[in-house]
Design a protein around this ligand. Structure first.
Ligand code: SAM
Length: 368
């Protein structure tokens, strides 16, 4: 059954998600906040398994213009839900509304739930929906009077690769770290070093990219419990992903940081990713960092400095990064920063610049 799918992406990453999908063999179209593609369920599962920079893969069940609750009801009721969902499907409904006539999220959720439940009860001849089976999380999303009704194929967002211990710290998102590596000039052969490695996200994502390890290899996806995805097809996608992983291809990947607590977490994440024989981290102030030859590509997400006093400290650190690069002839630096004065403090203009968002914070990705 060929369906339309949306790979959702953080603002600014749609183009990269489209490129990833194209390289996976899909014909894809970038839109605001997502990339649309058509695929059989097994192929969509392959996309969810391999996409490094997308947030989620959603099945687009219905879409159309809506300005009244009646229109929304008809849109949902008119969708052939039974093609997607079995009689015992659980279908929690979430919602979001922006710049539309229908702006009450709770009402839109309730209407969607009612219409969907009525359609399921009518088709399966049930007096009510038990919802005791597999999860099909529904989202009604209305933007500029255009509604999209989607089913979440992932469960946990795609950045949850399975290697991170979630303990409240706010590290770089895995999807953004992967984007930084994919947008860098790294050839997967040169050594790579993160001089502010924190909890190790950039290092792990780089090693996964160099070894063609599918980011979804060690996690599960909701759609693996969906009727439309045949088990033998899902197994084939997983087995192909397992076979593609070639850890011998990982070049020297190292990281340093001044914070021992962050390094302890980095060590734990690297072990949880099963990459401890390929990535090493140690304590070092970048001002005294000396990485053995050959010169590495430095990739970093240094502190930005929220307050003015912190900003001054950061500017010194950025100047120190220039000296670090100078101590390593042949090295280059790629840096994600939310500090508008990075280039001034660093003392050079970047060769390439790209606007990226770290959460809600507008940042620049600078390549020197
Ligand atoms: C924004 S965090 C990096 C987060 C990291 N990318 C992650 O995924 O967890 C910035 C890091 O720079 C480190 N740092 C600050 N000053 C440093 C210095 N002089 N030398 C090395 N690391 C430093 C901090 O300890 C912190 O871990």
């Amino acid at each position: 059954m060929r369906c339309t799918w949306l790979a959702t992406a953080a603002f600014g990453l749609e183009g990269l998600v489209k490129k990833e999908l194209t390289e996976l063999g899909f014909s894809a179209r970038a839109e605001n906040g997502c990339v649309r593609f058509e695929a059989e369920p097994a192929e969509a599962f392959r996309a969810a398994m391999w996409l490094r920079t997308a947030d989620r893969v959603l099945l687009l069940a219905a879409e159309g213009p809506v300005t009244t609750f009646e229109e929304l009801f008809r849109l949902v009721r008119g969708c052939p839900w039974q093609e997607f969902m079995p009689r015992d499907a659980a279908f929690p409904v979430s919602g979001k509304c922006a710049r539309s006539r229908l702006m009450s999220v709770s009402d839109c959720q309730a209407i969607t739930k009612k219409a969907l439940a009525e359609e399921m009860m009518a088709y399966y001849h049930m007096p009510w929906c038990e919802e005791s089976g597999p999860q099909y999380p529904v989202q009604v999303s209305i933007h500029a009077d255009h509604a999209r009704i989607t089913l979440d194929a992932c469960g946990d967002a795609l950045n949850r690769r399975g290697y991170r211990t979630w303990n409240g710290e706010a590290p770089l998102r895995e999807t953004l770290a992967a984007a930084m590596i994919l947008l860098s000039p790294w050839d997967h052969k040169q050594p790579l070093h993160d001089p502010c490695c924190g909890t190790g996200t950039l290092l792990i994502e780089a090693a996964m990219i160099a070894s063609r390890r599918a980011p979804g290899l060690t996690r599960s996806f909701l759609m693996e419990n969906w009727r439309m995805l045949v088990k033998k097809d899902a197994d084939r996608v997983r087995n192909e992903a397992k076979a593609a992983f070639t850890p011998a291809d990982i070049p020297r990947i190292t990281g340093t940081d001044i914070d021992p607590n962050a390094l302890e977490l980095a060590g734990r994440h690297i072990r949880q990713a099963g990459l401890e024989s390929h990535i090493s981290v140690s304590a070092c102030d970048l001002n005294s960092l000396n990485v053995p030859a050959p010169a590495p590509l430095f990739v970093a997400n240094p502190p930005y400095g929220e307050r003015l006093s912190d900003r001054k400290t950061c500017e010194k650190l950025y100047h120190g990064m220039r000296e670090m690069v100078n101590r390593h002839p042949g090295s280059r630096l790629c840096v994600l920063t939310g500090h508008p004065g990075f280039e001034r403090a660093y003392g050079r203009r970047a060769q390439k610049k790209r606007r990226l968002y770290n959460g809600r914070l507008e940042c620049e990705y600078l390549i020197f």
